[in-house]
Design a protein around this ligand. Structure first.
Ligand code: SF4
Ligand code: SF4
Length: 266
């Protein structure tokens, strides 16, 4: 049930695509710079998550501690989010998590073939977005422990953005405010953008990828030598167009403005 991508909302591309003004594009280009260190990108991510928490603060959500139906093994994330997560884990937690993941590595899971920025670009060109199989029955997130998330503070955006107005366990689905869906898309697009030199993929595949010294070293040096095609991951892309329906543009504007004011804090 984890929210990944609102396929149904690509039906009218011309109504959804929001072309970026030159001022905003300039900020975006600065943020995907390959000269920016990973620690600065992680800092940008932290500031984005604060902006998202502020956005959600007055929204009606039924989510609460111990509510875990959305914690499936289909969560996707970027290498930047995976790096941030692994970097903030203690050694004991890291070893336990990775050994657990390795024992279940072969299990079925959602492995995306397109990133959200690729989909946005296709949408802008009027191309159809292919459906991808993504089933909650494939099981729970490998981290979930006694209905709680052991990395809650450092969870990726794919987990943060999953919110519902009603308890999903009772309704059988997530009841998501359409504005939140639009805002989620903007965050997902921007996160991929600042990690444009990295990869995206399933939670399990990203963590396994980053768990080798060579891949971590290459990632820290902004130059991944292992082709994505050999890893089960997909290369990230910079933002070209944002997907914001006309009815949400006014409400999303303050978030875009907040993004523009983010600076790495050194
Ligand atoms: S209400 Fe739904 S989205 Fe919110 S925490 Fe529970 S299962 Fe997850
Ligand atoms: S990382 Fe945490 S919040 Fe995300 S799916 Fe796993 S247990 Fe749930």
């Amino acid at each position: 049930m984890i929210y990944l991508r609102p396929i149904g909302r690509y039906d009218s591309p011309s109504g959804v695509i929001y072309r970026l003004g030159s001022r905003y594009r300039k900020t975006l280009n600065a943020n995907k710079s390959d000269r920016m260190e990973i620690k600065d990108k992680v800092d940008i991510l932290d500031q984005m998550f604060t902006i998202y928490d502020d956005f959600l603060a007055d929204k009606q959500v039924a989510c609460e501690k111990g509510c875990d139906s959305c914690c499936t093994r289909n969560v996707t994330l970027t290498t930047l989010e995976g790096f941030r997560l692994l970097d903030r884990m203690g050694k004991a937690q890291h070893d336990l998590l990775l050994s657990d993941i390795r024992t279940r590595e072969g299990n079925e899971r959602f492995m995306p073939r397109l990133t959200i920025n690729q989909m946005a670009a296709m949408c802008a060109q009027g191309k159809e977005i292919p459906e991808e199989e993504n089933r909650p029955e494939w099981g729970s997130c490998p981290l979930l422990t006694d209905a709680l998330c052991p990395v809650y503070e450092n969870r990726p955006f794919g987990c943060r953005c999953m919110v519902s107005r009603a308890n999903c366990a009772q309704t059988g689905y997530a009841d998501m405010d359409p504005l939140i869906l639009s805002v989620n898309d903007v965050f997902l697009q921007y996160i991929e953008h600042i990690d444009a030199l990295g990869y995206s993929g399933n939670f399990i595949d990203i963590l396994l990828f980053l768990d080798t010294d060579q891949n971590r070293h290459d990632y820290l040096n902004s130059h991944l030598n292992k082709p994505a095609s050999e890893t089960g991951l997909i290369p990230n892309h910079p933002v070209q167009v944002l997907m914001i329906p006309p009815e949400h543009r006014k409400a999303v504007a303050p978030i875009l403005e907040a993004f523009r004011s983010i600076r790495p804090r050194g």
